[in-house]
Design a protein around this ligand. Structure first.
Ligand SMILES: [Zn+2]
Length: 360
């Protein structure tokens, strides 16, 4: 599994439209959407949750072939090792280290060992689909994108999805059940303050990633819903997908026709197949109390302004992040709170970085 695999990583804070964007991009020719691969290890290999095709992970033929090809079977994956590596390297608080130009030999070895687990999944999936596929991983978390950046066999491009922080905050307050668990579990909820701080951290991190030589394209959720076909067309070009006439016919003005997929984990909309409406979710404007709206607005003001949300966002084109893009200093990175962050102890005595920007 040493061949270079092309990966389009969809990043951003959850509830920003990352799953929708993955579904839309995953219909492009030559692509293979895998969902949030970050959750593969626990939710699928360990807990046998449902693949987006409807089958339990252990019964999904696609994923079983991928596991056999990547590891000689999923049972050969050392999940404790993946957990320990993740706890050691894949954390928001380590982004300053992961963003460095050089790593210590120990850090480099841990990060590449961790990224290699992902690379093997990507490469096996691509080979299973006939080879040379553009893998789409909607894992979202910036820290994972930073880890993948160190893997020589991952040709990484990143789509950074941004949504109005107030819409994101409202969405995190809502109750959403997780169908893949049989409705027994709910998606995590955050207070508006917490989601505002996470919004700052994740978005600032992706802006910084663009200045570290990784091709990053920023797209706004609102723009995606206002003009889905144009946005997908531009992202296809960014990702190196060549389009033939008619390739975007599945996207209408306010709908998309989506086929089945094998997304391993993610938002419940990964299960939707057929015609789905493309409508901006603006419920927050009526439902998020004005005091909370002001609070989130204040906490996220620097980046919110930078992304154009103080004017009329629909009219502002998405921008390219790159070495020349000017940016304000990123705000402090708070603790990344995700299921991935709540478990195992880091490996041994290896200290990744001075914890200078977080309180985790
Ligand atoms: Zn499946």
């Amino acid at each position: 599994m040493s061949e270079v695999v092309r990966v389009l990583f969809i990043g951003g804070l959850g509830r920003s439209g990352t799953t929708l964007l993955e579904r839309l991009l995953g219909q492009l020719p030559g692509t293979l959407p895998l969902g949030e691969v970050a959750h593969l290890w626990e939710r699928d290999i360990r807990d046998d949750e449902r693949c987006a095709c409807g089958a339990r992970f252990s019964m999904c033929e696609f994923w079983q072939r991928v596991g056999a090809s990547a590891f000689g079977g999923w049972e050969n994956v050392d999940l404790a090792r993946v957990d320990a590596l993740r706890a050691t390297v894949d954390r928001t608080r380590h982004i300053p280290t992961l963003a460095a130009k050089k790593l210590s030999p120990v850090q480099h070895s841990l990060i590449t060992e961790y990224a290699e687990f992902y690379q093997r999944v990507y490469a096996a999936a691509s080979a299973d689909a006939g080879g040379d596929r553009l893998i789409i991983d909607s894992s979202k978390h910036a820290s994972l994108a930073y880890c993948l950046r160190w893997c020589p066999n991952v040709d990484l491009r990143v789509v950074h999805v941004v949504r109005d922080s107030r819409g994101v905050a409202y969405s995190w307050t809502k109750q959403v059940s997780r169908p893949e668990t049989g409705g027994q579990a709910e998606m995590t909820r955050y207070s508006p303050t917490r989601s505002a701080l996470l919004w700052n951290a994740q978005n600032a991190a992706f802006s910084m990633l663009g200045r570290r030589g990784v091709p990053v394209r920023r797209v706004r959720y609102e723009k995606l819903l206002a003009d889905p076909r144009t946005v997908v067309e531009r992202l296809a070009e960014f990702a190196g997908v060549e389009l033939a006439p008619g390739d975007l016919r599945y996207i209408g003005e306010d709908y998309a026709d989506l086929g089945p997929n094998h997304s391993a984990a993610g938002n419940p909309m990964r299960f939707s197949v057929g015609r789905i409406p493309l409508r901006r979710d603006e419920e927050w404007r009526a439902e998020l109390p004005s005091s909370q709206r002001r609070l989130v607005r204040t906490l996220t003001a620097p980046l919110l302004n930078r992304y154009g949300y103080t004017t009329r966002p629909v009219e502002i084109p998405e921008e390219v992040e790159g070495p020349e893009a000017p940016a304000p200093a990123p705000p402090p990175l708070p603790t990344q709170s995700s299921p991935a962050d709540s478990r195992p102890e880091p490996i041994g005595p290896v200290v990744m970085a001075p914890v200078s920007v977080g309180r985790e």
